[in-house]
Design a protein around this ligand. Structure first.
Ligand SMILES: Cc1cc2nc3c(=O)[nH]c(=O)nc-3n(C[C@H](O)[C@H](O)[C@H](O)COP(=O)(O)OP(=O)(O)OC[C@H]3O[C@@H](n4cnc5c(N)ncnc54)[C@H](O)[C@@H]3O)c2cc1C
Length: 378
């Protein structure tokens, strides 16, 4: 892989050493898609939350990932996911212990480098180790094509993916934070839940630096300015899913069907989709770590369109990355990333309208929807 001018990682062929065996084309999931005949188009859906509230608070959603990972580690398996390295770049790594799992926990909203991890996974699998791989749908398709054959000891977990921003953009963002706060960033959390699941805070070196709703980097991510070009036509989105099991935020839980835990579990609910028999097996072994309720596909989809459709490409995407080549993050922020429009109204409402008014309004809307849906319950 090489880094493009936009900072994204791209596959690269060294023409001087290439022997034209076409192995690269044969392992490319875009040219020859993976076989999805074993995965369900209409999978079972669950609302889940980790029984351990501390793990839940360190996770982006309800901590479903940690429950799946714990089931694998308990049986001496290996968990592969994304973590920050010591230069604050995001890369996939293998994790062998519960202590090490901390580094994989939490979403890093940037393209993760695969480095040599696919080769390491193959070697663990050939030694008979159980491996859980977690990544975007395209990274799941990538590992399956790379391995060329089915391994019974490999469990693949994808997540609903909105798209990924560029590693170079992320580095510029961190430099901007360092300059404006006068600190060296050594750890970063996109979704600290001190003020709840919906109102995430950005935390640098264990200090809160801003509310998520005012974060320019996240505004660009949410508005789709900063996604990789391929994300707008992602061939790996939709049903059936690419992983054996899929995790995500269960946004909108309780908005359509009655869910009595809505007030109790304030620090995140995961959506889990069981795509095939292997996913079912993994979910079974993760159940001791989880509370769960059977969910409804339509409710999951209603607040999470990236489940079936790639993010739309905004007009600003034409120039965003061209400008990034010469601009620092502050200049990009001024030109593109000032929080505005609906995001500003929502931020204003969350900041200034007392919490109990928002909660009561939501309760009324929920009550009406529950009645309209014949009081179906999770
Ligand atoms: C770029 C990106 C876009 C996403 N878009 C959506 C979305 O549109 N809707 C939605 O519901 N959820 C989305 N998610 C998933 C969501 O943020 C949570 O990661 C997911 O719900 C799991 O949460 P958890 O509490 O179970 O586990 P967590 O502890 O939060 O675990 C996160 C898992 O994701 C892996 N991971 C983190 N960052 C990356 C990365 N950059 N690349 C590959 N793997 C990574 C970690 O290794 C870990 O296994 C996205 C995540 C990412 C990284």
């Amino acid at each position: 892989m090489v880094s493009g001018k936009d900072g994204f990682l791209y596959p690269n062929i060294n023409v001087e050493t290439c022997i034209k065996c076409l192995a690269c084309e044969k392992t490319c999931p875009v040219i020859i898609p993976i076989d999805l005949s074993g995965n369900k188009s209409n999978p079972e859906v669950f609302a889940c939350w980790n029984k351990d509230s501390q793990i839940r608070s360190q996770s982006s959603s309800g901590g479903a990932f940690s429950a799946l990972a714990s089931a694998i580690l308990e049986e001496d398996g290996i968990v592969v996911g994304a973590s920050y390295n010591n230069q604050m770049q995001v890369a996939h790594k293998a994790c062998f212990s519960f202590e090490d799992l901390d580094s994989l926990r939490g979403s890093k909203y940037v393209q993760s480098s695969m480095g040599e991890i696919y080769k390491s996974i193959r070697s663990y699998l050939n030694k008979g180790k159980r491996v859980l791989f977690v990544g975007t749908p395209c990274q799941n398709a990538g590992i399956k094509k790379f391995l060329k054959r089915e391994y019974v000891n490999l469990y693949c977990c994808d997540f609903i993916c909105h798209g990924t921003p560029s590693p170079l953009l992320f580095q510029k963002y961190l430099k901007w934070i360092e300059k404006s706060k006068g600190i060296k960033v050594t750890s970063f959390n996109f979704r600290s839940k001190k003020s709840g699941w919906y109102d995430a805070l950005r935390v640098v070196n264990n200090h809160e630096i801003m509310k998520g709703k005012y974060d320019a980097y996240f505004f660009g991510f949410n508005r789709n300015f900063s996604l990789r070009e391929s994300c707008y036509n992602c061939p790996e989105i939709g049903m059936p899913r690419r992983g054996d099991i899929t995790i995500a935020d269960f946004w909108g839980i309780g908005m359509t069907y009655r869910f009595d835990k809505i007030k109790e579990i304030k620090d995140g609910i995961s959506l889990v989709m069981i795509n095939n028999a292997k996913g079912e097996l993994l979910f079974e072994s993760a159940k001791p770590f989880l509370e769960y309720r059977k969910g409804y596909y339509d409710e999951a989809l209603s607040h999470n369109i990236p489940m079936i459709e790639p993010s739309p490409r905004p007009i600003e995407r034409e120039t965003f990355y061209l400008d990034m080549e010469s601009m620092d993050f502050e200049a990009l922020r001024k030109k593109y990333l000032r929080v505005r429009g609906k995001a500003k109204i929502v931020a204003f409402a969350r900041e200034y309208i007392p919490r109990f008014i928002i909660t009561n309004l939501r309760d009324i809307v929920q009550f009406i929807k529950w009645k309209l849906n014949g009081s179906k319950t999770l």
